[in-house]
Design a protein around this ligand. Structure first.
Ligand code: CLF
Ligand code: SF4
Length: 502
């Protein structure tokens, strides 16, 4: 059977165009200098567009950590890059390499291998760099990526460069030791435990020095920041300015997840997490200064697959042992699939550029000088940049904002999958209610199909279900629905300025 660009069986189109012919807004990537574009165009975290097509995987080879964060409990994965409350199985470097080759052969759109825990990768230099060294020798077509708290970064830059690691994430929650002392109770530095503001200052200095050294070497740096309401929320705007000025490529502000049952300091003390609006407001406020990542899924330290999906269960050690991997053949197939995806994206960029050159308004009424309020819409997709998922099968929805200025990606909302295709789900009703709650603020939900029951519940909640754009590119479908809402007179004309599109 012929595979589509995602290496999946093709899904019959229902009146739309082929997978990936258009996708999410990402004009920035197409405008980057060639050498940077080559680094980000197939990295699912560094390009919002790429995350619809390319997959990443993590290997959990780094158990130790050299600092303590108030949002972390060492029983779980490093919360600087991962969702707290998740425990990943630690692998040896040899097991990790076997796993990467097995996954890369089975999931041809896998483009990046990251080490992000379960502790801090650079606090486990031997295990981390052994893994990178073997991979660069045995799987040279895979991009290597690492995420760190930054304490050991300056002394690791040389080694990172040696292994051709082009992408480094540093978690920077503050640039002021006063703020830092409220986030980090201690660090372990030069064989001593150091506490309070002194500890925070050392950590901040190391992070900033590491950032400068990486930028100097042309390594792309993403900065992660955990948004902790009342602790660093206002302060993160300054963090964003400073890291941008020093050359960071991307800023990823992630919401604090603090649950008492995780046993973290913040969880136990009742520190609250930000809601979706607070997160978006801060991302918008920072966006004036730099590119913001809004599609982070706070993955596990052993995550496998497209962002938002986790196929780790298919690649447990016993299953990998039983797999017969011909990596040379897999590389050939992967190269063909990757270039097919990139060709499609290139066509999409060219089409967008042509329309922009013709000054065609995205919404015709905008040309007539009419203003309409922006609308949030949720989309069910399993990848490929198209609307291709059944409402009841979605574990998350992507949220887009449509306005006369166009469509922009806002973020994602996780939901409990309420329909598993049979009658075994006794929790169906409450899970559906949970899904509807998580779509708060959205006025429409676009999916490939939807049943009668959720349809009427969504309508009652003021969210219009729409299954008419199945297999269509997301952005085009969102714009079409927005236009339909305008035509139906559902959007009041407003004279207030639009929210800025940073
Ligand atoms: Fe992994 Fe991180 Fe590399 Fe991506 S994840 S090490 S940069 S390959 Fe991505 Fe996952 Fe968010 Fe991380 S969605 S948690 S940002
Ligand atoms: Fe936990 Fe990661 Fe912080 Fe270490 S750096 S304490 S593993 S969240």
């Amino acid at each position: 059977m012929e595979l589509n660009v995602l290496g999946q069986d093709p899904v019959p189109a229902q009146g739309g165009c082929s997978a990936g012919s258009c996708g999410s807004t990402d004009t920035q990537v197409s405008q980057l200098p060639e050498h940077i574009r080559a680094k980000v165009q197939n990295h699912p975290c560094y390009s919002e567009e790429a995350h619809h097509y390319f997959a990443r995987m993590h290997v959990a080879v780094a158990p130790a950590c050299n600092i303590q964060c108030h949002y972390c409990n060492r029983k779980y994965d490093c919360a600087n890059e991962s969702r707290p409350g998740v425990v990943s199985e630690v692998l040896t470097p040899e097991q990790a390499v076997r796993k990467v080759k097995a996954v890369a052969a089975a999931i041809p759109q896998m483009s990046v291998l990251g080490i992000a825990g379960p502790g801090d990768p650079l606090a486990n230099p031997q295990r981390t760099f052994d893994t990178f060294r073997m991979l660069s020798e045995q799987a040279p077509d895979i991009k290597l990526c690492v995420s760190t708290n930054g304490l050991n970064l300056p002394q690791s830059v040389e080694e990172l460069a040696k292994h051709n690691i082009d992408h480094v994430t540093i978690t920077i929650n503050c640039v002021d030791p006063e703020v830092g002392a409220k986030i980090y109770p201690w660090i372990y530095w030069n064989n001593k435990r150091i506490r309070g503001k002194r500890a925070a200052k050392i950590l901040i200095d190391q992070q900033q020095k590491g950032l400068e050294m990486l930028v100097e070497r042309g390594i792309l740096v993403k900065v992660n920041s955990v948004l902790i309401p009342g602790v660093n929320d206002e302060h993160l705007k300054e963090v964003s300015k400073i890291v941008k000025a020093k050359g960071a490529f991307l800023h990823n502000v992630m919401p604090l997840i603090a649950e008492a049952e995780h046993g973290t300091f913040y969880g136990v003390m009742g520190q609250r997490s930000p809601d979706a609006d607070e997160l978006q407001d801060l991302q918008d406020a920072c966006a004036g200064d730099m590119n913001m990542m809004r599609h982070c899924r706070q993955c596990r330290a052993d995550a496998v697959g497209l962002l938002g999906e986790d196929r780790g269960e298919e690649f447990t050690l016993d299953k990998i042992e039983a797999m017969d991997v011909d990596y040379e053949a897999a590389m050939v197939k992967r190269a063909a699939i990757h270039s097919a995806i990139l060709e499609e994206l290139e066509e999409k960029h060219e089409k967008k550029a042509r329309l922009a050159a013709m000054s065609v308004p995205v919404i015709p009424s905008a040309a007539a000088g009419k203003h309409h309020r922006p609308v949030l819409m949720a989309v069910a997709t399993s990848g490929g940049g198209v609307i291709n998922q059944h409402f009841g099968h979605a574990r998350e929805f992507l949220v887009y904002e449509a306005s006369p200025a166009g469509v922009r990606f806002i973020g994602h909302r996780k939901v409990d999958q309420y329909c598993i295709g049979d009658d075994s789900c006794g929790e169906k009703e409450s899970a559906l209610a949970g899904s509807i709650r998580s779509l708060k603020g959205c006025e429409a939900v676009l999916c490939a199909r939807i049943g009668f029951e959720p349809w009427s519940d969504l309508e009652q909640a003021g969210i219009q279900p729409n299954g008419e754009h199945a297999m269509e590119p997301i952005e085009e479908a969102v714009l079409a629905v927005y236009q339909e809402m305008i035509d139906a007179g559902k959007l009041d004309a407003v004279r207030t300025p639009m929210r800025s599109h940073g």
